[in-house]
Design a protein around this ligand. Structure first.
Ligand code: SF4
Length: 430
């Protein structure tokens, strides 16, 4: 095994943004809210390697990419290129890094200058970096991205190219400097499905033929098997599961990954895959605090040991407590719909109807009713305390990463006491 440092290594990277304060915040001396767009993310890209970062829109994957190319300063952690931390780069290190680490952006329709021909677009990065022999390089690169013969494309402008051809030119622009690393941000999401497969195949060939390494960033888990040997699944700023692609697709461990995998379309109309349902959308990323960030959507959120409650009902309680804690309940609207807005019993009943579809069973129901009555009477703190006392989950503490020998890492309390995560599956049904 080589003792060389990895080509690109991200260690405990953080990128936090502060929300701008308004006048009232300043007068009240309130701390500005914080968005943890990237939080404690670590991953490694070796030479001739390919890895993916997958997650829904807003999970922080694009912020990660912009931090990687120096358009955001990291709040914490560091990025290492060939063993050297980018935080210690001088001007000439940045120049070398920017030549060796190239980006393919999502939108082929906007990433090319409409006034430039294909030849001019491809020569531009060579000019910027003072590299000669441009005509030969440009022709070669067009062949590699399967725009052949080159003469057919050299004089065309983007308006005269299809979406797939534009994206191939964008890939060519990234490739013409012969980089070590390509960061590909949703490179096929704006192309039609048949073109997606062809462009992904071209990218895969480039990894194999040129020995270039690729970090593939996408919301679409179904495309990663074309490109990546390893998948990192990101949720609200954190990597929640990381494993070799084949294994993660065949046997996802984290409930969020399981839901993503179960949503991949299956080409066989006779095969009916059971879908793992997540409830709701990701929460507002402001001030996320302690705990598993997926807990208000998780189909397997863990109740206290001694609590007997159906999983679906428990999820509703968890989601309700989250909204209560974040002052995100639609209390005023529910009250406004009552015949008598001062009737607290009616308000408690209406809240129950608004937020709960399932029977919580026995004493759980009684505690919920008492809490809703307290809330309806204006005592949100007591409601919160009552609900926490009965329903507090281990998932309200941040889960640690558990890693197996075969480099499978998952952050979920379901695996807290069990490093043999190969053997274990999260129960996701009631
Ligand atoms: S820690 Fe809890 S809420 Fe988070 S994914 Fe695991 S079971 Fe679900």
């Amino acid at each position: 095994m080589s003792n060389d440092p990895p080509l690109l290594e991200i260690r405990n990277l953080e990128k936090y943004f502060e929300e701008s304060s308004n006048v009232l915040d300043v007068l009240m001396r309130r701390e500005p809210s914080q968005i943890q767009a990237v939080d404690d993310v670590s991953l490694t890209l070796e030479e001739n390697d390919s890895a993916a970062v997958i997650g829904e829109s807003g999970c922080g994957k694009t912020t990660l990419l912009l931090t990687l190319i120096g358009l955001h300063d990291a709040t914490g952690g560091d990025i290492y290129y060939k063993g050297q931390p980018v935080s210690e780069f001088d001007k000439s290190d940045w120049r070398e890094y920017r030549s060796n680490v190239q980006v393919i952006f999502q939108d082929p329709f906007n990433s090319l200058d409409p006034k430039m021909t294909v030849a001019e677009s491809l020569k531009e990065p060579l000019k910027i970096h003072g590299i000669g022999d441009r005509d030969r390089r440009v022709r070669e690169v067009l062949e590699h991205v399967e725009l052949s013969p080159p003469e057919k494309y050299l004089g065309r402008k983007p308006a005269n190219l299809s979406g797939g051809e534009k994206q191939r030119v964008s890939i060519g622009r990234a490739l013409v400097l012969e980089p070590d690393v390509i960061l590909a941000d949703e490179p096929v999401s704006m192309l039609d499905v048949s073109t997606q497969a062809a462009v992904l195949n071209t990218m895969k060939n480039l990894i194999d033929e040129f020995g270039v390494s690729m970090l593939y960033i996408s919301h679409d888990l179904s495309t990663v098997s074309y490109i990546s040997e390893v998948v990192n699944v990101m949720y609200l700023g954190r990597v929640v599961e990381s494993a070799p692609t084949e294994q993660i697709l065949a046997d996802p461990k984290h409930p969020y990954t399981e839901a993503l995998v179960s949503a991949i379309p299956v080409p066989d109309p006779h095969y009916n895959r059971e879908r793992t349902e997540m409830s709701g959308a990701p929460r507002d990323p402001v001030d996320l605090g302690e705990g598993c960030r997926f807990r208000d959507r998780c189909p397997a959120v863990i109740p206290p040991d001694d609590l007997e409650i159906p999983q679906a009902a428990y999820r509703e309680v968890i989601a309700f407590r989250e909204r209560l804690a974040r002052d995100d309940l639609t209390l005023d609207r529910v009250r406004a719909e009552l015949d008598d807005s001062t009737d607290t019993d009616a308000l408690a009943a209406a809240l129950r109807e608004e937020y709960f579809d399932h029977d919580l069973m026995g004493e759980n129901d009684a505690v919920l009713d008492t809490a809703l009555s307290a809330l309806a009477a204006g005592d949100g703190d007591r409601a919160g305390d009552l609900l926490r006392g009965r329903f507090e989950s281990v998932c309200e503490q941040t889960p640690a990463d558990v890693t197996t020998d075969d480099e499978w890492t998952v952050a979920c309390h379901y695996y807290d006491d069990d490093t043999q995560i190969e053997e274990k599956r999260v129960p996701t049904t009631d």
